[in-house]
Design a protein around this ligand. Structure first.
Ligand code: NAP
Length: 476
């Protein structure tokens, strides 16, 4: 078996295989360390806005989280520590990128960047969603004389203290960076194209006693995991996909947060989004409004016209002189497996199948691509939910098919076109109820303008991946 990627979901798949008694599998990891997004993102202020106790594998709780929302470095340490303690490292081929995977009628022929070719019976993609940085198409960007880098390629050699720092982008990343750099940079300028709603959430440190109790009483960890799971599923998880009081309540809390957090009317006007809370991915932060109201922090809402060696020039003709320019402009969220060249039955390329946008069977499989499965595939319930929990559900489902192959009941299996079409049609039908279709631009939307997210609750995702659905697959 082959797994592409040793990030959070690749490790989850590997651990699930191990727990099911499998030892013959390899993870292909392009980098030289595990962790995926948590390895690549190291920007100041990086943390996970999903509570750490729930952003952990349910089978590997971590009693040592230092706060309700753990910093990025701690999460990365959790994954590297897990790779060590679980013994999974011996299965990982580091520095090995999968360049092509071709179904030869019996098995997957996997071509690797080091020139090797592997043959595997089952191929699982755990290649991640948000890892291809999107650079803005702004005239003159390359001419900037100071240091400029994307948030996911942070240059730690660049001094920030007392420097004039500009940040382009106000997504979750931009908000975290601005919150961390306010008061550190000499002058901080946030270039905001569209204001975003912010849900208030304080960061609370866990005491040593609390951590000791978690270590001593394992059921406490489990209870805490379930508590946060229920909290998120019943609040954000439902508010985004159901019209009703939950959506109204969370929206009101966001509006109140802005009203109380930003007293200056002019700044508040600038920071008032044109769309409904949660239409774009909600920013969870108890620090952002405090940061932008600080002395030495400017929010610029005039459109960026071009960039010059000295700084950013906005449409009103003002030149904002800068020493450092941070591009918190997001990722190509629709690239999924690309640039891997995936070739299924009859030489059909994934590129052709996904010409109009990525689509899958129940987020995990593809017709015409036998014995190929995905974690975090198209329409996985991401939003403000824990991707770790979603990966576990998908890994459990995939292992059940692997069991059938391993027992010799079947040799190859892929979902039918019909079942995949029906699933996608049902999803399209459910989209109008979601908050993502209420009129905003975001990376959630695909080429056809429809959200590429899961339009139902996370619980429904579990239910939909609970059975085997043998009637919706072609198995030989
Ligand atoms: P993002 O949400 O896609 O935000 C990109 C920002 O850049 C937006 O404000 C966008 O403005 C702006 N932008 C893009 N091109 C621009 C241009 N040419 N000129 C001016 N502004 C431009 O990206 P992100 O903040 O990196 O977040 C991506 C996702 O990563 C999140 O939604 C989340 O899923 C994940 N994330 C999670 C956490 C966490 O704590 N769990 C933290 C960080 C990121 P417009 O809104 O006008 O397009």
């Amino acid at each position: 078996m082959g797994i592409i990627g040793a990030g959070m979901s690749g490790l989850c798949m590997a651990a699930t295989l191990r727990r099911a008694g499998y030892h013959d599998f390899t993870l292909y990891e392009k980098a030289d360390e595990v962790g995926g997004t948590w390895r690549e993102n190291t920007y100041p202020g990086l943390s996970c806005d999903v509570p750490a106790r729930f952003y952990s594998y349910s089978f590997a709780p971590n009693p040592d989280w230092t706060a309700n929302f753990a910093p990025g470095s701690e999460i990365q340490a959790y994954f590297t520590g897990f790779a060590d303690s679980s013994g999974l490292r011996e299965h990982i081929r580091f520095g090995t990128e999968v360049t092509e995977a071709r179904w030869n009628g019996e098995r997957w022929q996997v071509s690797l960047s080091d020139g090797d070719t592997d043959m595997v019976d089952v191929l699982v993609s755990a290649a991640g969603v948000l890892h291809r940085p999107k650079l803005p198409a702004i005239a003159g960007l390359a001419s900037f004389a100071g240091s400029a880098f994307h948030s996911a390629r942070w240059d730690h050699s660049v001094e920030l203290a007392d420097q004039r720092v500009g940040v382009i982008g106000t997504g979750s990343t931009g908000a975290q960076i601005v919150s961390a750099l306010a008061g550190v940079a000499g002058r901080l300028t946030l270039f905001q194209r569209t204001a975003q709603w912010v849900f208030p959430m304080p960061i609370v440190s866990y005491s040593r006693l609390g951590r000791a109790l978690m270590r001593r009483f394992r059921p406490l960890n489990r209870a805490s995991y379930r508590f946060y799971q229920q909290l998120l599923e019943q609040s954000f998880g439902r508010a985004v996909v159901e019209r009703g009081w939950r959506r109204r309540l969370l929206a009101t809390l966001c509006r109140l947060n802005l009203r109380l957090g930003v007293r200056d009317k002019e700044l508040r006007r600038k920071l008032t989004p044109p769309d409904q809370p949660m239409c774009k991915r909600l920013i969870i932060s108890g620090r952002f409004y405090r940061a932008v109201t600080r002395h030495g922090v400017d929010v610029v809402t005039d459109a960026i016209d071009h960039i010059e060696p000295e700084g950013v020039v906005t449409a009103d003709g003002v030149r904002h002189e800068l020493d450092v320019l941070v591009l918190a402009t997001g990722f190509d969220a629709h690239a999924y497996l690309r640039p891997i060249n995936l070739i299924g039955e009859d030489g059909v390329k994934l590129e052709q199948v996904w010409a109009d946008g990525p689509r899958a069977y129940r987020t995990v499989a593809l017709p015409g691509f036998p014995n190929f499965f995905m974690l975090m595939g198209p329409h996985s319930p991401i939003g403000n939910h824990s991707l770790v929990a979603i990966a576990e559900t998908q890994a459990d489902y995939i292992v059940r098919w692997i069991d059938q192959i391993a027992r010799g009941d079947i040799r190859q299996v892929a979902p039918t076109e019909r079942a995949t079409d029906e699933f996608n049609a049902a999803m399209r039908e459910a989209m109008p109820d979601t908050v993502w279709t209420t009129g905003c631009q975001s990376w959630y939307l695909g080429k056809d303008g429809l959200p590429e997210l899961w339009p139902w609750s996370p619980a429904r995702h579990r239910e939909m991946l609970a059975g085997d659905h043998t009637d919706e697959f072609v198995a030989r």
